[in-house]
Design a protein around this ligand. Structure first.
Ligand code: KIV
Ligand code: NA
Length: 275
C-alpha cells in the first residue's frame, strides 16, 4: 500500500487541500475509512458511541488503549491519533507525559489529542518537546460539559476572544493541528487565518483546513444525540433495524434457516442420530 501519512505531512497541508478526518474505534471500521482519510482519530467519543456512557467523562486510559490497538490493526495509510481521556493529562505536564507515552507505546498512534486552550499550553509544550506530537481541541470541548452546562455553541460575541486566545496558545505551544468544535463560521475563518497550523472543523464551517466527524454519526448508526452540524451520509441504523426485524420474523415463522443454510448432504433422522 501507500506510505503512511506522518505528522509533518499533515502539518504541511495548512492552507492547501482540505484534510479529511473521521473517527474509528474498531478494526473493521478503521479498514473502511483508511483509504479515504488523511487522519483517523480514536476519539473519546467511543464512550458514548460504543459504550453507552452519558458523556465522555467516564472514559478511561485503558479504553483508549484497547480501541487504539484495534484501530491500529486496520490502518495502513492514515495518520492515527488517540484522544487523551478526561483526568489523564490535566494534573501536570509530567502526568500528561506519562500517560501519553503509554498511549503511544501501547497503540502505535502517531500523535495524541487533548482538549483545552491556554490552560493546557504548558502541557502541550512539554509533550511536543519530548517527542509526542499533539493535536489541540478548542471551542466546545466535551470533557468540560459540566462547566459549560451543556453542549452549546462556543465563541459567540465577546466569547470569540477566548476561543481565539485558546487556539493561538495551542498553536504557539507546538500543536501540529487543532480541532475547532461548534463555533461560528466567522470565528473559525479568523482562527484559520491567524494560526500557522491546520484547523480541523466539526460544526465550524468549511473555512477550516479540514473536517472531522464521528463516523457513527455520519453513518446514521448513533441515535442518542443528533448534533445539527452532523450530516448523515447513510442511514445504517435504519438499515440494521430492518435487517434485524426481518431475521426475527423469519426465525419466528421458521423461514430461516432455509435450504441454503442447512447441512443436508447426509440426511439423518433423529432416531439414527440417537442410536
Ligand atoms: O472524541 C471525538 O470523537 C472527537 C472529535 C469529534 C473531534 O474529539
Ligand atoms: Na474527543
Amino acid at each position: 500500500g501507500s506510505k503512511a501519512l506522518t505528522v509533518p505531512d499533515i502539518a504541511a497541508r495548512k492552507g492547501k487541500t482540505p484534510l479529511v478526518c473521521l473517527t474509528a474505534y474498531t478494526t473493521p471500521v478503521a479498514k473502511l475509512v483508511d483509504g479515504h482519510c488523511d487522519v483517523v482519530l480514536v476519539g473519546d467519543s467511543v464512550g458514548m458511541v460504543l459504550h453507552g456512557m452519558p458523556s465522555t467523562l467516564g472514559v478511561t486510559l485503558e479504553m483508549m488503549i484497547l480501541h487504539g490497538k484495534a484501530v491500529r490493526r486496520g490502518l495502513q495509510s492514515a495518520l492515527m491519533i488517540v484522544d487523551m481521556p478526561f483526568g489523564s493529562y490535566e494534573d501536570s505536564p509530567t502526568q500528561a507525559f506519562r500517560n501519553a507515552a503509554l498511549v503511544m507505546a501501547e497503540t502505535g498512534a502517531g500523535a495524541v489529542k487533548l482538549e483545552g486552550g491556554e490552560s493546557v499550553a504548558e502541557t502541550i509544550r512539554f509533550l511536543t518537546a519530548r517527542g509526542i506530537p499533539v493535536m489541540g481541541h478548542v471551542g466546545l470541548t466535551p470533557q468540560a460539559v459540566n462547566a459549560f452546562g451543556g453542549y452549546r455553541i462556543q465563541g459567540r460575541g465577546e466569547d470569540a476572544e477566548r476561543i481565539l486566545r485558546d487556539a493561538t496558545a495551542v498553536a504557539e505551544a507546538g500543536a501540529f493541528a487543532v480541532v475547532l468544535e461548534k463555533i461560528p463560521e466567522a470565528l473559525a475563518r479568523l482562527i484559520t487565518e491567524q494560526v500557522a497550523i491546520p484547523t480541523i472543523g466539526i460544526g465550524a464551517s468549511s473555512a477550516c483546513d479540514g473536517q472531522i466527524l464521528v463516523v457513527d454519526d455520519m453513518l446514521g448508526l448513533f441515535g442518542a444525540f443528533r448534533p445539527s452540524f452532523v450530516k448523515r451520509y447513510a442511514e445504517l441504523g435504519s438499515a440494521a433495524d430492518a435487517a434485524i426485524a426481518a431475521y426475527a420474523s423469519e426465525v419466528r415463522e421458521r423461514r430461516f434457516p432455509a435450504l441454503d443454510h442447512v447441512f443436508g448432504d447426509e440426511p439423518r433422522t433423529v432416531s439414527e442420530v440417537a442410536s
